[in-house]
Ligand binder design. Structure first.
Ligand code: UDP
Length: 235
């Protein structure tokens, strides 16, 4: 195994399935199955999950809502998703902990770095909820932040397509996939795979990112063993 401790970033939309919003039980079960495989390999797994399937801060502001309030709602959405994922993983007999950046002691643990690391050492799956706990940020930035804090070996960014392309592969047949990219190229080309704050944080701390389709059976195992898969962002 090339990577022993990974931070998996899932977007909220990944949970929504065909409907595009809410949480789809079948999709959730598929995702938890892939995570279970990962955990069975002995990899320490931390997860940051988005909230875009329920609420996205910027979307609220377009309807006249105060940005901070709207972002608070977005962070709450990530807690809902975290609990759904925790439930799905626990039904498979896995041990999990949700650690929230916004304290909600009746519902889940609060984020404490040392506690997160201890859970990982005990092979519990850690789900980081509520992003960074601050408005004006995204869960991509939360993923970059937490990955650095827990000293993860890599960020696995799960996407619908199998990596980063020079143009949208859903719209252009001649789109070409990048095998590897430097952080600075992602920033200069304005590639929206993760927001620029997240990419910058990874660049400044040499946190490797692998962008790939985790829904293709076996992809996660290949990624963990270091096989070339998706697009690797590094340097
Ligand atoms: N959010 C925030 N601070 C954070 C992380 C998230 O305010 O540190 C809010 C923000 O409104 C964002 C929403 O939570 O739009 C959902 O997160 P995100 O858009 O990153 O979810 P994804 O696109 O991954 O589903």
């Amino acid at each position: 195994m090339k990577y022993k401790r990974i931070l998996l970033k899932l977007s909220g939309e990944a949970l929504a399935g065909e409907k595009g919003h809410g949480v789809c039980p079948e999709v959730l079960s598929q995702i938890s199955g892939e995570i279970a495989d990962l955990s069975a390999m002995g990899v320490e797994v931390a997860i940051v999950i988005g909230g875009g399937n329920i609420h996205r801060g910027v979307a609220g502001t377009t309807k006249g809502m105060d940005r901070t309030t709207s972002d608070h709602m977005g962070m709450m959405a990530t807690i809902i998703n975290s609990l759904a994922l925790q439930d799905s993983l626990e039904r498979r007999g896995l041990y999990t902990r949700v650690l929230s950046a916004i304290t909600m002691p009746e519902v889940c643990e609060s984020y404490i770095r040392r506690r997160a690391v201890r859970h990982l050492e005990k092979k519990r799956i850690v789900i980081f909820a509520a992003g960074t706990g601050n408005p004006y940020f995204t869960t991509d930035t939360a993923a970059a932040l937490r990955a650095n804090e827990i000293d993860a070996d890599v960020i696995f960014k799960a996407t619908k397509v199998d990596g980063i392309y020079d143009k949208d592969p859903m719209k252009h047949e001649d789109a070409v996939k990048f095998e590897e990219l430097e952080y600075i190229d992602v920033l200069n080309r304005g590639i929206g795979v993760m927001d620029s704050a997240a990419i910058s944080l990874c660049m400044d701390n040499a946190m490797e990112i692998i962008v790939f389709n985790m829904f293709e059976k076996g992809n996660i195992a290949r990624a963990v063993s270091g096989d070339k898969i998706g697009t690797r962002v590094f340097k």
